[in-house]
Design a protein around this ligand. Structure first.
Ligand code: IPM
Ligand code: MN
Length: 370
């Protein structure tokens, strides 16, 4: 298979984790006889620095013409400390989502046996957690009218949803649930918000088309609580843009490190794949960032191409590395490796499923630790 991938490494640790994801995609291409062509483009603070625009036209063009987008991370402290900066890295990502029509952000959250002790929750609570969040990504309060009154003493952000915006993501969530444990939880605030009442009305109606699916609705405040009390109760969580932003960050710490979680954004045009973590500028260039989230985003990209065997090979390799007690420093592993070494090892494991990790590490000199 031949595919063109637009690569947007972005800011902070974005470039280094993306490099590892590419390394692993190249291993997949070699082993399974595919050809991936990469088109590198600028986005975020890096793009602002070089041309004043967080999403340059060439970048958007490459994304529109690619078969997929692999995204690193964006953000820089100089903008975080100034929320009113007229040009911000986040604008690049928001415009990209809107321009590609990426209405569904899919964030799977699964735990790894070996890492349960790292979870902020007690092991017995978190064990078995395996959920996926479907977050609406191009509507709601993020994209509604916003502004100030004349004296700048009042501000507003409008939250709008049209029925079709709800139905198209709900359809994806129900279809995905059919391939999983067949449970969908709609998270809303229908006791207060009119948009939430529309969500509830439409999604409840659609649920009737899926009698095999257990469907329930939960208020967002309760869901935030239930997510840390009984995370195993959830299978597919479906929600609007801002609730999804918050809940997916909450859910992302359950497995013990944010550095493990990938995401896919799909919709009308080219799909985009990105780790859910941010640009982590403090770690940039130090070779300590965990590239697994980026690598697993690469696996979701392979799934999107229909390359499921290949995607599973990547996931199996990541699990194998973790099971062998190998990881980046934040995982407090038995064998700590840098970002690059983890990328090397996962790529090697993709090449050779019988790879003896200890041996490979010594022979390939991918680690100076053992
Ligand atoms: C995310 C991020 C973005 C969002 C920011 C960077 C605009 O937090 O992808 O979750 O809020 O959607
Ligand atoms: Mn977020």
């Amino acid at each position: 298979m031949k595919k063109k991938i637009a690569v947007l490494p972005g800011d902070g640790i974005g470039p280094e984790v993306t490099e590892q994801a590419i390394k692993v995609l190249d291993a997949v291409a070699d082993r399974y006889d595919h050809y991936f062509e990469y088109c590198y483009c600028q986005v975020g603070a890096t793009a602002i620095d070089s041309c004043g625009n967080p999403l340059p036209d060439e970048t958007l063009d490459a994304c529109l013409h690619g078969d997929a987008v692999l995204f690193g991370a964006i953000g820089h402290p100089k903008y975080d400390n100034d929320p009113s900066a007229p040009v911000r890295p986040e604008q690049g990502l928001l415009k990209l989502r809107k321009s590609l029509g990426l209405f569904a952000n899919i964030r799977p959250v699964a735990t790894y046996e070996k890492l349960l002790h790292l979870s902020p929750l007690r092991e017995e609570r978190v064990k078995g957690t395996d959920l996926v969040i479907y977050r609406e990504l191009t509507g709601g309060i993020y994209f509604g009218a916003k502004g100030r009154n004349e004296t700048k003493t009042e501000a507003y952000d409008h939250c709008n949803y049209a029925d079709y915006e709800i139905e198209r993501i709900a359809r994806l969530a129900f279809e995905h649930a059919m391939t999983r444990r067949r449970k969908v939880t709609l998270v809303d605030k229908a006791n207060v918000l009119e948009t939430s009442r529309l969500w509830r009305e439409r999604v409840t109606q659609m649920a009737k088309e899926y009698p095999e699916i257990e469907f329930d609705c939960m208020f967002v405040d309760n869901a935030a609580m239930q997510l840390i009390q009984y995370p195993t109760q959830f299978d597919v969580m479906l929600t609007e843009n801002m609730f999804g932003d918050i809940l997916s960050d909450e859910a992302s710490v359950l497995p013990g490190s944010m550095g493990l979680l990938p995401s896919a954004s799909v919709g009308q045009k080219t799909a985009l794949f990105e780790p859910i973590h941010g640009s982590y500028p403090q770690a940039a260039g130090k070779d300590i960032a965990n590239p697994m989230a980026a690598i697993l985003s690469g696996a979701m990209l392979l799934d999107h191409f229909g390359l499921h065997k290949e995607a599973n090979a990547v996931r199996t390799s990541v699990t194998k590395i973790l099971e062998a007690g190998i990881g980046t420093p934040e995982l407090h592993p038995q064998i700590a490796c840098g970002c690059t070494q983890i990328g090397d090892l996962i790529a090697l494991a993709v090449y050779d499923e019988n790879l003896n990790l200890k041996k490979a590490k010594i022979e390939e000199r991918v680690s100076t630790i053992i």
